[in-house]
Design a protein. Structure first.
Length: 437
């Protein structure tokens, strides 16, 4: 078996265990409290806090919805539909980056087609009165509850599969059950030759559910009030632009840390199956019963600012990938790129070379692309205005996640590229915010 997952050693062992155990135990109840507060407590953390103070643990158990048959049915039909689209829709053959043990995963790039078919099907089901998406909103708590337990069981399956039937040599145990369960064992787990589990959990279930739920919230507000507020329109449009960008660029996503470095375990898979549909969509969930009227000018300004941020974030990713795809033979902001040729050794002992771009967006800071990512999230949340903090939880969470990710990525690249990464850090000294951090 290959070496243990690299990600676990970034922080000190005590902090690593503390954060793993905290996230394993706190994330599930948090999802339920978030939903409860948004849907039943007016979005007010104080109201939920007072309820819990008054009713204690039993009160919390009482508000935790039991997974119902309808919740399982919705999840199963949606999951099966997405799995079928992933397997059956045509798409270009795309090769992922070379893995640490020298494998090159192959994918079918049909994400945009799956996204289009999913949204057209969902909206048509509503339009032709075959299925009303408000049913999803009305059973959201039960759905999250089912997802929490179902995804935990799924992660146990991943853990067992990693031990007994890994799909490739990019798999390994750290010798510690908690680390293996949390960070995962397999980098590219598959069912059969073609069904890639991380593409399903991260893209086709997680990211797709973001778009589906954004539309659901919009329809729910329409059915509640007979119209959709401009704040909801701005929020839904920006989220849909973001998810559309994601699927447009999905093959690029297969080159990122989530897929190429993070193994399939609780962190990535449970996160995409539960955290994305709940926390990532939460600003829209809040707006359903808080229809703020922004006015045309403010609504348009927020919309334009949000689209600009999503575009810049896309352009950062595009620039890096175009640079790598053309082996540095492309123009970056109209000029030949400045670059570092970095050699490294794979775990199987082969010497390889990667190019590091040091101009364009990647010359401003080493992870500048996180700035427009965070700002975009702010812009699709700010239509909620400032009556409550909770809609901003995603922005705060994302900021912490991306600052931590910048550190994890820097540490990983430093150990991969050694002196070449040091050279890059000398040339581009800031981690995320040019001139500041
Ligand atoms: P990427 O994987 O896209 O970029 C980091 C990797 O790129 C490094 O590991 C390294 O990999 C390579 N690299 C680093 N510097 C350079 C350089 N100068 N030139 C060329 N290659 C370089 O980062 P992320 O996965 O973090 O982000 C991808 C996208 O996903 C971003 O748009 C981000 O904002 C978004 N994102 C969104 C999240 C969310 O929850 N909403 C969470 C995380 C990311 P190698 O080993 O190949 O050299």
């Amino acid at each position: 078996m290959a070496a243990a997952p690299e990600t676990k050693t970034v922080h000190s062992p005590a902090l690593t265990y503390f954060s793993m155990l905290s996230l394993l135990s706190l994330c599930p109840p948090f999802v339920i409290l978030l939903w409860y507060t948004m849907v039943h407590a007016d979005g007010s953390v104080v109201q939920t806090w007072n309820y819990l103070k008054q009713h204690g643990l039993q009160g919390f158990i009482d508000i935790w919805p039991r997974p119902t048959a309808i919740a399982w049915k919705i999840i199963f039909v949606y999951g099966a539909f997405e799995a079928a689209l992933q397997l059956l829709l045509p798409g270009k053959r795309v090769e992922g980056p070379i893995s640490p043990t020298g494998n090159r995963p192959v994918y079918k790039a049909n994400g945009m087609a799956a996204y289009f078919v999913t949204l057209v099907t969902y909206i048509s089901l509503w339009w032709f009165e075959i299925f009303n998406p408000t049913v999803v909103y009305d059973h959201l708590g039960e759905i999250y509850s089912a997802l929490i337990f179902g995804s935990l069981i799924f992660c146990v399956f991943l853990y067992i599969k990693g031990h007994v039937a890994p799909s490739s040599t990019d798999s390994g145990s750290s010798g510690n059950l908690i680390i293996d369960f949390y960070w995962g064992m397999e980098l590219y787990p598959r069912i059969g030759k073609n069904f890639d589990i991380k593409v399903f959990t991260n893209c086709r279930f997680g990211m797709m559910s973001w778009a589906v739920l954004a539309v659901t919230y919009c329809i729910k507000q329409y059915e509640l009030n007979g119209k959709v507020s401009d704040s909801m329109l701005v929020n839904t449009t920006l989220m849909l632009v973001y998810v559309t960008k994601f699927f447009w660029w999905e093959a690029g996503y297969w080159n990122t840390m989530d897929i190429a470095h993070d193994r399939a375990g609780f962190y990535i898979c449970w996160g995409c199956l539960v955290w994305v549909p709940s926390v990532y969509t939460s600003p829209g969930m809040y707006l359903v019963n808080h229809p703020v009227n922004l006015g045309m000018q403010l609504a348009l300004s927020i919309l334009v600012a949000g689209i600009l941020c999503i575009y810049i974030n896309y352009d950062c990713d595009r620039q890096r990938q175009e640079f790598r795809r053309t082996n540095g033979k492309c123009k970056i902001w109209g000029k030949a790129p400045s670059k570092i040729e970095a050699t490294y050794t794979t775990t199987s002992g082969e010497t390889k070379t990667s190019l590091l771009l040091t101009s364009g967006w990647w010359g401003l800071a080493r992870h500048f692309h996180y700035v427009p990512e965070i700002l975009a999230a702010f812009f699709w949340t700010v239509p909620a205005l400032f009556n409550h903090f909770l809609p901003y939880f995603y922005v705060v969470f994302l900021t912490i996640l991306l600052f931590d990710r910048a550190k994890r990525d820097d540490d990983r690249c430093r150990s991969k590229y050694g002196k070449y990464w040091k050279l890059y850090c000398n040339k581009v000294p800031y981690k995320i915010i040019p001139g500041i951090y």
